[in-house]
Design a protein around this ligand. Structure first.
Ligand SMILES: [Zn+2]
Length: 240
């Protein structure tokens, strides 16, 4: 009974994840408006929203305008249902199973948003971080709090290194949009001083007018004021 419940729950959550995957990167609300056909804009009824089965019954086409529906919708639903079913075999009903479901659902959403946009939205990543630390603090699940904190800081430090070296050597952020996985989101690596500088605290964005950063350790500073010394100036080359 429990695995069946987990499967049905996963299918329903997967249906919701389709909405999250579609709307979160666009900054739209995931709760409103109700789901519509992306082609004809017709509002979808309850019969159109039954996970997987609606897609099969309608043979992958919109009930109203008959335009094809992406097979990714039932795929996300089936994947989430399958993952929940698998998790239910390892975790009996309870808070721990619920946390695992939340974790899996977030990973599914993050994976597909990553495929679409090459970005991982902060609400999901920070949400997962907070959820993990909270559950380890309150329940010592999946790890005692100290170990969880160690793991989180280690991973954050490793990712910050990747971001810093990516900035330096891989010519990322040339469009003046630095990203740091954990910590202040508008900060960037300052090679000349060996420190992180946070936008708004004194280092102007290269895409916005403002004074150039002070030329400390001159060879790192580009004449355009771009934070990346190896990158072309933001105006001369569009981002790829
Ligand atoms: Zn339609």
């Amino acid at each position: 009974m429990w695995p069946l419940f987990a499967l049905l729950l996963g299918l329903a959550v997967g249906s919701f994840l389709n909405v999250v995957i579609h709307r979160l990167p666009r900054g739209e609300s995931v709760a409103y408006p109700p789901s519509r056909c992306p082609q004809c804009g017709h509002r979808l009824g309850p019969l159109d929203l039954i996970p997987v089965l609606s897609y099969l019954a309608l043979k992958g086409r919109c009930r109203y305008c008959h335009s094809p529906i992406s097979p990714r919708y039932p795929l996300v639903e089936a994947l989430t249902g399958g993952l929940f079913l698998l998790a239910s075999l390892f975790y009996p009903p309870g808070v721990e199973a619920l946390l695992v479901f939340l974790f899996l659902a977030s990973l599914v959403a993050l994976s597909f948003i990553d495929v679409d946009t090459f970005e991982l939205p902060d609400p999901l990543t920070y949400g997962l971080l907070f959820l993990g630390l909270l559950s380890s603090w309150l329940l010592a699940f999946p790890l005692p709090f100290r170990e969880s904190l160690d793991g989180a800081l280690l991973a954050a430090g490793g990712l910050a290194l990747v971001a810093g070296y990516g900035n330096l050597f891989l010519r990322r952020f040339r469009e003046g949009k630095p990203e740091v996985p954990v910590g202040p989101t508008r900060s960037t690596w300052r090679p000349s001083s060996g420190r992180f500088w946070v936008r708004g605290w004194g280092w102007p964005s290269p895409s916005s007018p403002g004074p150039s950063p002070p030329a400390r350790g001159g060879r790192w500073s580009s004449p355009t004021g771009s934070p990346c010394p190896f990158c072309p100036s933001p105006s001369s080359s569009p981002p790829p």
